[in-house]
Design a protein around this ligand. Structure first.
Ligand code: GLC
Ligand code: GLC
Length: 815
């Protein structure tokens, strides 16, 4: 069952009924000002940091989950009837409803009793404001006397305090209303230099800024007193809950349309020019007012929207493909890169599954996110890499998370997730391959705990590898620390009391548990680093790390191989985890994907054996589950993984992030049907038909899909902010379609499903455009035999770099 459809031409998903199984959201903003918006206009906004600079309020565990939002009410003044044109929060009957989620914008339209309303929500590129452009049209045969009421609830900036510190909050709220604009300025009188504003393009019939005056006591947003009455209270908030509402009233002739623009924005004044007059407590509006006036003009809004659309067209033109598979095309051309940009911007902070207050930018998460967006925004990738490297510690370890606004590491979580630093190497390698910009390696970057030393980035990479080599365990495998990629495999923390952190409770001496996964990742990272070192002429260093990679691969072969698959780890007491000798948790997906991706076992048959074991034991029709059999009881020595009921999250769900590793591994093994088969199982567009089972948005990946051990098998959760986005884009474009950036050229080495006759693609790479055509005349699921570049046959599959501006024709034949 579906709740809408794709409109590929406009790059939109069109939701045709408001009661989707869960709120289906979209993101506004691409630079610094961001928000989420659901298909019924729920959601909130923030500036750069969802915890420290929250503009509008969100109620945790609210029902429904998207309640609180960018709400508008229409009121028919002749009957007194009112409704929400976005359905929520009044949930009144609508004669028609449609929500179009596009790339960084959402348009919700509906009709009720001959009044059509269409609202476009977006953030203009480069601005720190969001536009709501409302168009109301009278489709009746007679004039309509209408009112529009807007409504937002302000957050008192620090979202954590806002949600908890009521004794203070109820007394600090302050606003000003001036020239029709509502200014929210809580704490501006003291240490904040920023404020929010909410403006409207039309003359106001009234306004409200005190929530309780707007809603009325004991009422919610579904029936605000002011709207019911048709008249604002012109309230000015002092303490309690600052709120913003405009009232606009107009008479529409039959067929007439009225456009009303609302702006919700963020502004920062220079500290020395905060007040007007100086020394008063009155906001200086001189700097922001021209911005407001400009954006209240319809032509500015139209132009801003055009620029937003264009910026996406240009970003997406980096890679466009035409394959025989519609689900592949729309994910690769539109939605998957879009999701990658969102995960880059938000890391794991803002969604309906991430509260925006608990996690900042994750080190390993962001390093992996780089893989999915480096080609879309190389400059921003560069800046992000340098920020991440600056949260590395002198030991080579890294803060697990940092706050985007302050860029300081989160002490509460600290470091000691021993895979973290290795991802920096893979992220930087991806950046170098895409851009060729080796200057980044010379950028001086401090360590978080030694700000006075600023070694070049290159040294950070080396130290990342050393960090692993300095921490080998009894089998010479890398020590796992608090956890590796699997945050829930906590082998050095025996948590027996509720409320203890599974990761950071320090109660086991020595921490001797080892990770086969990190071993695989080390081999991958060490080989990438060797390649980088070689480019810099560091020949002996390159050789050293190649040798270390070899050695580690040998250790994996000796201690990491279980007979038919790779083991996962050794626990604190030296017992193998992920072994046939156990009853539960016999096989884990992560080491199968990671070891094969790093090249281990590709030449001795173990890689293929491991992949066959994945197919036999882990593959389901909804994707590949993380482990089998799922843990049925809590294991003190394994930690959080066994805290989840079987089939959920790390305990045996289809943890989608890991599936592309297996797709890549299958492609490396030359098995295109298997790789693509796995790809289709979790491709959200391919699951659209079962939206009632899947329940999350059909246009983006979710972190997990419940596995067969769970009662709700096939149900997705944690949509949007997941490493799944970057890895799936990598798997399908770089390994199945086989188009991948390398230091010296563009690799074209597809491993296709046998049924495909071929595909075409356009790839912009280092200033040149490659028009690629792949044919598969014999319908095989194998590799390219030869390439022709501009009509000339070349050796191998690496298309050499072309001069900037060149258009290069690449013909590839499989078989
Ligand atoms: C979540 C975390 C990520 C971790 C994964 C597996 O996606 O954001 O860091 O690797 O879970 O536990
Ligand atoms: C929980 C989740 C895991 C996530 C972690 C982040 O352990 O199961 O997916 O990575 O929280 O702290």
């Amino acid at each position: 069952m579906r709740y809408g459809h794709f409109d590929d031409e406009h790059r939109e998903y069109v939701i045709t009924r408001p009661d989707t199984p869960l709120p289906w959201i979209n993101y506004l903003g691409t630079d610094a000002y961001f928000g989420i918006i659901s298909n019924t206009a729920g959601g909130y906004s923030c500036y750069r940091d969802a915890r420290l600079r929250r503009l509008t309020r969100y109620r945790y565990n609210g029902v429904p989950a998207d309640s609180g939002g960018r709400y508008l009410y229409l009121r028919d003044n002749s009957s007194g009837e009112y409704w929400s044109p976005s359905w929520q929060p009044t949930q009144g009957d609508l004669d028609s409803y449609e929500c179009r989620h596009g790339l960084s914008y959402t348009r919700i339209s509906s009709t009720r009793h001959g009044v059509r309303a269409e609202t476009l929500y977006f953030v203009p590129p480069g601005e720190t404001l969001e536009v709501w452009r409302l168009r109301v049209r009278n489709e009746r045969g007679e004039p309509a006397d209408l009112s529009v009421f807007s409504s937002v609830e302000f957050c008192l900036w620090d979202a954590q305090d806002d949600a908890t510190n009521f004794q203070r909050n109820y007394s600090t709220g302050e606003v000003e209303v001036d020239g029709g604009v509502i200014y929210h300025k809580t704490e501006y009188r003291e240490r904040r230099d920023h404020f929010a504003y909410f403006a409207c393009s039309e003359p106001l019939a009234g306004f409200d800024t005190q929530r309780e005056e707007f809603l009325g006591a004991y009422r919610g947003w579904d029936r605000p007193l002011v709207v019911e009455r048709g008249e604002s209270a012109n309230s000015v908030a002092r303490g309690w809950a600052p709120h913003g509402s405009h009232h606009v009233r107009f008479l529409l002739a039959p067929g007439e349309t009225r456009e009303v623009i609302f702006l919700l924005g963020y502004w920062e004044n220079p500290r020395e020019a905060k007040f007007d007059p100086p020394g008063s407590a009155v906001l200086n509006k001189a700097l922001v007012r021209p911005v407001i006036d400009r954006w209240l003009r319809p032509e500015t809004v139209a132009e801003g929207f055009r620029r937003l659309r264009e910026s996406w067209s240009s970003r997406l033109s980096v890679l466009q493909v035409k394959t025989p598979d519609e689900d592949t095309n729309r994910m690769v051309n539109i939605w998957n890169p879009y999701q990658c940009m969102v995960t880059f911007a938000m890391s794991r902070s803002v969604s309906l599954f991430e509260s925006g207050i608990s996690r900042g930018i994750g080190f390993r998460d962001s390093c992996q996110d780089l893989l999915g967006f480096v080609q879309l925004a190389p400059d921003r990738a560069r800046a992000r890499i340098l920020d991440l490297a600056a949260t590395q510690l002198a030991s080579g370890g890294a803060y697990h998370q940092y706050q985007p606004l302050t860029k300081t590491g989160n002490d509460a979580v600290g470091s000691g997730f021993n895979d973290d630093p290795l991802w920096l190497v893979t992220g930087v390698a991806a950046y170098l391959k895409e851009t060729g910009d080796e200057t980044i390696l010379d950028e001086p970057v401090p360590y978080a705990d030694a700000a006075d030393v600023r070694p070049p980035l290159y040294e950070h990479l080396e130290r990342s590898l050393r960090y692993t080599l300095d921490r080998l365990g009894p089998h010479q495998l890398p020590l796992i620390g608090r956890a590796d990629w699997n945050d829930c495999l906590n082998l050095n923390c025996f948590s027996a009391e509720p409320g203890q952190s599974f990761q950071t409770t320090e109660n086991v001496a020595g921490g001797s548990a080892e990770s086969v996964f990190i071993a695989g990742l080390f081999v991958l990272a060490a080989r990438e680093f060797a390649m980088i070192a070689e480019r810099r002429g560091q020949i002996s260093e390159a050789a050293c790390y190649r040798a270390e990679a070899e050695k580690m691969a040998g250790v994996v072969a000796e201690h990491g191989w279980d007979g038919a698959w790779f083991r996962r780890a050794y626990d604190h007491s030296g017992r193998a985890v992920g072994s046939a000798s156990d009853d539960e948790g016999q096989i884990f997906i992560e080491p199968q994907g990671m070891c094969v991706m790093s090249g281990i076992g590709l030449h001795d048959g173990t890689a293929v054996r491991a992949l066959d074991s994945v197919r036999e034991r882990l593959a389901t029709r909804h994707g590949i589950v993380l482990l089998q059999p799922a843990y049925t009881r809590y294991h003190l020595e394994l930690g959080e993984i066994s805290s989840y009921p079987p089939g959920y999250k790390e305990n045996g769900s289809v943890f989608c992030h890991t599936n592309p590793w297996v797709m890549i591994a299958e492609a490396m093994a030359g098995r295109g049907d298997a790789a693509f088969g796995y790809y289709k199982r979790i491709n959200p567009s391919a699951r659209e038909q079962i939206s009632d089972v899947h329940r999350c948005e059909p246009y983006v990946y979710a972190q997990m899909i419940a596995g067969p051990d769970a009662p709700a098998c096939g149900e997705a959760k944690n949509s949007w902010l997941t490493g799944t986005a970057a890895w799936n884009l990598t798997a399908i474009t770089q390994w199945i379609l086989g188009i991948r950036a390398e230091l010296d050229g563009l690799r074209v080495d597809p491993v296709l499903p046998a049924a495909w006759p071929g595909f075409i693609a356009t790839r912009r790479f280092r200033g040149a455009t490659y028009q690629i055509s792949v044919r598969n005349p014999d319908r095989i699921s194998g590799r390219v035999m030869h390439l022709e570049v501009d009509g000339r046959r070349i050796e191998g599959t690496l298309v050499p770099l072309a001069p900037s501006g060149a258009i290069v024709q690449v013909e590839a034949v499989v078989g």
